[in-house]
Write a protein that binds this ligand. Structure first.
Ligand SMILES: [Zn+2]
Length: 505
């Protein structure tokens, strides 16, 4: 390891700790705003031109396939992201402030905090009200949020182009961020084709039965209402949420708190973000799992997801260098999160830890199959659209309509062009989710082969996950991990098989 990389590690960890702590404070409701520019100023040395040049040189000079190159790639990826974030910090602060304070005005004059919109839309049983809420939300987003985000994406591309690591922004993400966008896009196109008929049939059935809406009228907000599935809430009481999941983790031989490293924060608190998150403030010693409960099955799924992240960060080996604990391919940590949240599609798990039984359980599983298919198709379309957005071949004026076409076609719900910039994950994070989906299916199959169908309560399965996977941090990419653990490539094939199996249940 060169002196330059050692220096980057030394400067990097305190910077990431301070950033992560500030993000946690705001998200958990302990602080009202985040002083991003102050943090970047205090850690200017970590993000200096010298640091970037050192990472770039180390990456170019290292022997292909060496550990040195692996470390250098992660550090360069972090430099690219951090340098871009430094430039867009002011826009990001504006977006956070907007998110916390924006107010929707409905056409009848009522006002509603933007933060509440998604929940209110999903809970609205009156369709006219649902559409009214969503129209007002979309109009506000197009007017106020879209310009901020559009500028942020433009600036980010400019910064990466100037840093001269690869010919295009997409090449930089592929080579330095280790996300194989183009081959993933090909897989997405095939998945959308292969599951089109199944998707159409399931959609028509669910819309008619659950919402009384015809396929040709379905809008994105109807999709939110479909996902809500309030009729199963009684089987997922809020009082059981944390105890049930802690019990399951203990039964599989895992300490839910990873020896005191993980702090559960699931209480209601004024100012807490409505979206749950895991904040690793020091890795592996201080990891917060933050959730603001809304009630029902979705809280359970969210807590499982964030528990997967928390267990990953809380069980990483402290001996790993900075870059393998803090950086790397986030498809891996998302894969662990999804491995846990997919227990909400596991009949045995649901029978043991939730109140679902008999016909309700079968109905819940069939619905989960449809939800799964819809979400993967949505993410496939998002990836293809985000390649349009960042690829430079589609004129900016056509992007909103391209967004609406791609998303509407894939999901069967009409999407609004108003969301073309708001519904975008920075730096192709959507691709990490898609790989995570593929990875969790491979891991679940492997766990079943080693520890049986009920691996989630086999006391040997947890230690295996902890020692063979979590302890390694994010040294490997998701693709490498799938090869090491199961000798397989990441594909959508096992997901299609899982969905078909669920539909039969
Ligand atoms: Zn996640």
């Amino acid at each position: 390891m060169s002196d330059a990389l050692a220096r980057l590690r030394r400067l990097g960890e305190p910077f990431m700790q301070e950033l992560s702590r500030a993000q946690w404070m705001v998200g958990a409701g302990y602080a009202s705003e985040i002083d991003l520019r102050g943090i970047y100023a205090r850690h200017a040395a970590a993000l200096s031109d010298d640091s970037l040049a050192a990472a770039r040189e180390a990456w170019r000079d290292a022997a292909p396939g060496s550990e040195e190159q692996r470390s250098a790639r992660s550090l360069l990826d972090w430099q690219l992201e951090a340098q871009a974030s430094r430039v867009t910090a002011e826009l990001e602060e504006r977006e956070l402030a907007w998110d916390a304070s924006a107010v929707i005005t409905l056409d009848d004059g009522r006002r509603l905090p933007y933060q509440r919109a998604a929940i209110e839309i999903a809970n609205a049983t009156d369709r006219a009200e649902r559409l009214r809420l969503d129209r007002a939300r979309a109009a506000l987003v197009a007017r106020e949020l879209a310009p901020i985000r559009r500028e942020r994406f433009d600036r980010e591309r400019e910064v990466v182009a100037k840093l001269d690591v690869a010919p295009t922004y997409i090449d930089a993400i592929e080579q330095v961020s280790a996300l194989p966008l183009r081959s993933l896009a090909g897989q997405c196109e095939a998945f959308l084709r292969d599951t089109a008929d199944m998707s159409r049939e399931l959609l028509a059935h669910s819309l008619k039965r659950q919402l009384g809406v015809e396929v040709e009228d379905a809008q994105r907000s109807d999709g939110l209402a479909l996902s809500r599935a309030a009729e199963f809430d009684a089987a997922f009481p809020p009082s059981d949420l944390e105890p049930a999941i802690r019990r399951q983790l203990r039964e599989m031989g895992l300490d839910p708190e990873a020896g005191g490293h993980i702090i559960f924060d699931t209480a209601e608190r004024e100012g807490k973000r409505s979206r749950a998150f895991c904040a690793s403030v020091r890795i592996p010693e201080e990891v917060y799992l933050v959730l603001r409960p809304h009630g029902g099955a979705s809280d359970w799924q969210t807590l499982l997801h964030e528990a997967g992240h928390s267990l990953h960060f809380g069980n990483m080996s402290a001996a790993l260098p900075f870059e393998h604990r803090w950086l790397g391919d986030n498809s891996v940590t998302e894969g662990y999160a999804m491995l846990f949240d997919h227990r909400m599609q596991d009949a045995g798990w649901l029978r043991r830890y939730s109140g679902l039984r008999g016909a309700d359980l079968s109905r819940f599983l069939r619905r989960a199959a449809f939800g799964e298919l819809r979400f993967i198709r949505r993410y496939c379309a998002k990836l293809l659209y985000e390649l349009d957005l960042h690829g430079g071949e589609v004129p900016a004026s056509q992007l909103p309509s391209r967004y609406a076409e791609r998303l509407s076609e894939a999901t069967g719900f009409r999407y609004s062009p108003d969301d073309a910039y708001a519904d975008v994950d920075p730096r192709f994070y959507v691709g990490r989710y898609l790989q995570a989906w593929q990875l969790q299916a491979i891991l679940a199959t492997e766990l079943t082969e080693q520890f049986n169908d009920d691996w989630w309560r086999n006391p040997s399965a947890g230690p295996w996950l902890r020692d063979v996977l979590f302890a390694e941090g994010q040294r490997e990419t998701a693709g490498e991990l799938a090869q090491r653990v199961a000798g397989r490539d990441l594909t959508f094939a096992p997901l299609i098989a899982d969905i078909e199996r669920l539909i039969e249940s």
